[in-house]
Every structure is written in structure tokens, then in C-alpha cells.
Design a protein around this ligand. Structure first.
Ligand code: HEM
Length: 483
């Protein structure tokens, strides 16, 4: 029996399952919630059998620390979902590449040249301009008193903020008049990636692609690569003809490609015009919906808690003023309360609730149990952020808890892991933090927000929906009133 097998192999405890499917049927529509509940019975390190895959789930700060810090070298790879393997050169992505030399050199480029404060400062005027356009768009909506789907404009805005940082270009119509192909394709890829796929739990039948998701997503991957080809081609020509060198991420990557050509090194670690595309796609997939839904949740919490909205507006009026001044990224360090709001939003609504999965590279002893080579490991950051052992009144939205507290999301406090921790912590964190804080601050500073007819702050539905990112079940709609 499964129980017996657990005892023999010293696996962490877990609920008994059925033959063949194991615990697959028990996960339900909100796996992060189910796993959190199960961990109360089976402990902070438990194991589930999902089809033929053993998944170990860490649900306490110390279990997370064991995996992400103490034994991090054993968990440097990720299991690659079948849908993700449909993309060309998947091993050149940052998010899914095994943690070897290729990943390390790309990752180093991110931390030393791309997501640095210096680089992000150089590009902030582009993002500032996009946020101004968003505010103008909302002024028009205000004049017409029409409700705005906040998640939708936030997602489109995040795509443009990322694309201006990467390409100095828009990928979505900044007036929000047409959706645009880029947005459609990115969205389709995320939908396919968010689907539960039997291929991932029964590797033996992977080749059948029973649900056809892999075939479906392939079309979108090829299309987005083609769109990247066009953008990169244009940039390469501009660089060749007028020697123009800009500051955006694409220029950094192309500079790196050229430098490596000069160094004459052509091993698998080196960057080429062809193999930077998976990394570029990573930035859009990992950066836009995550940041967009965080903005939607932050606004929902502010509308749900009017006194907190009020305090946030007061702070903005004090720091930025009540005149036509626009919030800038450089103002963020002085917006302590707004920063606390963003942190509190990510505590209660981490957009990647189970982080990205890890793969055990060898047998590892954790808390007296064995995690076996080949097991998958998940960290339930959602559950950890709501654990009453570490958080007072954990279900209340109280930004004040982060004022005068040293707890940060940079991977040192294991009771708070919205961006993960350790070697594979989110590299986009500094950009995410700037984009989210800037947009929420601009939305609160420029508008009073009203809920649609019949919805009150108390009755606003705050139910979650699990997907590739943690979303609201009912999209947040609200009416901006220009101030
Ligand atoms: C609210 C916004 C965001 C959240 C909550 C978030 C969260 C995460 C999490 C939890 C991980 C996995 C960490 C781990 O395995 O321990 C991750 C990885 C990653 N994130 Fe983010 N992220 C956000 C925004 C961004 C942005 C804006 C970018 C870039 C433009 C980005 C790029 C990446 C990449 C490339 C990885 C893979 C890193 C690797 O495997 O080496 N993320 N993110």
C-alpha cells in the first residue's frame, strides 16, 4: 500500500490516496487552500502522490528555509511542465532552465546588468510616460462615469511597462482602444500553461498529449517568437546602420551577444540573437500578469477598507502634493504607507501562491524525512503568509504591520515569501516593486474610486480563483472620479 511504501522510504507523511491517481482527485479548484488545510493534519513537510509524481509540500517558514537555503544546491532545478516544453529552446529560459552553468550565466546578467537600480533608473522615464497615459485614459472614463475593469487595464499597463523596459516600445495600444496581437498571444500562452495537464502527472503517456494542450500552445509560442524576431531584427539593423546604442534590456542583451562573439566563445552558455528570445518571453510571462493581479488585489483591498484608502491618499497628498504633480518611481522611498500596502497585498494575495516547483536533484534529509531524487517540491507561500503562529490577526488587511518592521520580501524572512527565496528568487523583484507601487500610487493619487451601483465596501466579493496566477473570482470594477 501507499502507506507501507511511505514507511519504507521514509517519505514525509501525507493523506492516503487511490490507486494510480493517488491524491490527484483531492486537490480541488484551489490547491493552495487544500494543501494548507492538509498540512494542519500532516505537518509542515508532507507528501502527496499526484499520479506517478511524488510532490513534497513545505508549509512552514523553517521547512521552506531548509529547502530554499540549507539544501538549496539540491533544489536548483525545476520540473518543466509539458506545455512549457513546447516552446523553442526551452532550456534557454531563465525560469525553467536547470540550475547549471547556462542558467547561472543568464541569471548573473540579470542581477548585474538588467535588474539593477541604475538600469531601472535609466528607464524610469519610459514607465512614467505610460502611467501618465493610463491616468489620462482614466480621466476620460471619469468624465463618462463608466466603471473600469481594473485587472484588465492593469494587465495591459504591465505589458507596456515591461515592454518599454525591455524594448522601449509599446506592445499594447496605450489608449486601450484595441487589444493587440501581442497581448492576445501572451494571454493564450498563460491560459494553456495554467491548465491542469494529465501529461504532467502521468509522464508515461506524455507523448499522447491527451488534452491537446501542447499542440495548442505550440502555435502561440511560434507566433510570439516571430514577433520577437521582428523587434530584434529592427533593433539589430538600427544598431548596424547608425551605431545607436540605447539603455533598454534588449540593448544590454545584444551588447552581451556581440561581446561574446569577440571573445569567440561558442559554448552553450553564450548568448546569441536566437537564444535570447526565450528569456525575453520569460520577462513578459513572469512579469505582467503577476504584477497586474497584484495591482487589482491592492485596489480591491483599498476599496474594501476605505479608511486605509484614505490614509494612503493623505500620505500621497503630503509627499507629492495635491497639485498636478505626478507620482514618480523616485518618490517611492518616501511613500512608506504605500509600500506597506503593497507588502500587505502580497502577503495575503501572493500571485504565485506555491512559488515555482523545484526538483530534488538527489536524496535529501529534511526534518527527519527523506525527499527523494526526482520528487517535486512546492513551497506554500500563501499558507505561510497566513499562519497565525507568525502573523497577528492574519486574515485582516493591516498595512500597519509592515511599518516599523524589518520584514521584507527579499528572501531573508521565511515567514514572508511572495517572491520566493534563495538562488531562484524572483529576479524581477526590483522592477515588480517599482511598477506595482507606482501604478497603485497613481491610481489613488489621481482619483477617488467608487464602487458600482449596489456594491458596498463590505459586500465587495474577495474570493480567490486559482490559476497560473492567483486572481479574483469576480473582476474588480470601479468608477474613477478625477480629483
Ligand atoms: C508581483 C509580481 C511578481 C511576483 C509575485 C513574482 C513571483 C515570483 C516567484 C514566486 C518566482 C519563483 C521563485 C522561486 O522559485 O523561489 C519568480 C520567478 C521569476 N520571476 Fe517573478 N514575480 C513577479 C514579477 C516579476 C517580474 C516583473 C519579472 C520580470 C520582468 C519576473 C521574472 C521572473 C523570472 C525570470 C523568474 C524565474 C527565475 C529563475 O527560475 O531563476 N517576475 N517570480
Amino acid at each position: 500500500s501507499i502507506l507501507n511504501c511511505r514507511r519504507q522510504t521514509n517519505r514525509p507523511p501525507g493523506p492516503p490516496g487511490l490507486p494510480i491517481i493517488g491524491n490527484l482527485h483531492q486537490l480541488g479548484p484551489k490547491p493552495h487552500v487544500t494543501l494548507s488545510t492538509l498540512s494542519k493534519t500532516y505537518g509542515p513537510l508532507m507528501s502527496l502522490q499526484l499520479g506517478s509524481v511524488t510532490v513534497v509540500i513545505a508549509s512552514s517558514p523553517s521547512a521552506a528555509q531548509e529547502i530554499l537555503q540549507r539544501h538549496d544546491s539540491s533544489f536548483s532545478d525545476r520540473p518543466i511542465p509539458d506545455v512549457i516544453t513546447a516552446q523553442p529552446n526551452v532550456l534557454d529560459t531563465l525560469a525553467w532552465s536547470p540550475g547549471g552553468p547556462r542558467w547561472r550565466s543568464r541569471r548573473r546578467l540579470c542581477t548585474t546588468k538588467i535588474f539593477t537600480n541604475q538600469r531601472l533608473d535609466l528607464l524610469q522615464h519610459l514607465r512614467q510616460h505610460k502611467v501618465q497615459q493610463l491616468v489620462q485614459h482614466l480621466h476620460q472614463k471619469s468624465a463618462a462615469r463608466t466603471p473600469v475593469n481594473i485587472g484588465e487595464v492593469a494587465f495591459a499597463t504591465m505589458l507596456n511597462l515591461v515592454s518599454n523596459t525591455v524594448f522601449s516600445e509599446d506592445v499594447v495600444d496605450p489608449e486601450f482602444k484595441s487589444a493587440g496581437e501581442f497581448k492576445e498571444v501572451v494571454w493564450r500562452i498563460m491560459e494553456d500553461a495554467g491548465r491542469v495537464n494529465v501529461s504532467d502527472y502521468f509522464p508515461a503517456v506524455k507523448w499522447l498529449d491527451l488534452q491537446g494542450v501542447k499542440r495548442h500552445v505550440t502555435v502561440s509560442y511560434l507566433r510570439i517568437h516571430k514577433l520577437f524576431d521582428e523587434m530584434i531584427g529592427k533593433r539589430v539593423r538600427d544598431r548596424d546602420t547608425c551605431g545607436a546604442r540605447g539603455d533598454d534590456f534588449l540593448d544590454v542583451l545584444l551588447d552581451q551577444c556581440e561581446q561574446q562573439e569577440d571573445d569567440n566563445n561558442d559554448d552553450s552558455e553564450s548568448l546569441t540573437i536566437d537564444n535570447i528570445k526565450p528569456m525575453l518571453l520569460d520577462l513578459f510571462i513572469a512579469g505582467s500578469d503577476t504584477s497586474g493581479s497584484t495591482i487589482e488585489w491592492a485596489m480591491a483591498e483599498l476599496l474594501h477598507n476605505p479608511e486605509i484608502m484614505h490614509k494612503a491618499r493623505n500620505e500621497l497628498n503630503q509627499v507629492i502634493g495635491t497639485t498636478n504633480n505626478q507620482v514618480k518611481e523616485s518618490d517611492i522611498p518616501r511613500l512608506e504607507y504605500m509600500e506597506a500596502i503593497v507588502k500587505e497585498t502580497l502577503r495575503l494575495h501572493p500571485s504565485v501562491p506555491l512559488l515555482l516547483p523545484y526538483l530534488a536533484g538527489n536524496d535529501v534529509q529534511v526534518n527527519g524525512y527523506t525527499i527523494h531524487k526526482g520528487d517535486q517540491v512546492l513551497i506554500n507561500a500563501w499558507s505561510i503568509g497566513r499562519d497565525p503562529q507568525y502573523w497577528d490577526d492574519p486574515l485582516a488587511f493591516r498595512p500597519e504591520r509592515f511599518l516599523r518592521s524589518k520584514i521584507d520580501f527579499k528572501g531573508r524572512n521565511f515567514e514572508y515569501l511572495p517572491f520566493g527565496a534563495g538562488r531562484r528568487i524572483c529576479p524581477g523583484l526590483p522592477l515588480a516593486n517599482r511598477m506595482i507601487t507606482l501604478v497603485v500610487a497613481a491610481l489613488v493619487h489621481s482619483f477617488e474610486w467608487k464602487l458600482p451601483e449596489g456594491v458596498t465596501p463590505e459586500s465587495l466579493d474577495m474570493t480567490e480563483q486559482y490559476g497560473i496566477t492567483l486572481k479574483r473570482l469576480t473582476p474588480l470594477c470601479a468608477i474613477p472620479i478625477s480629483v
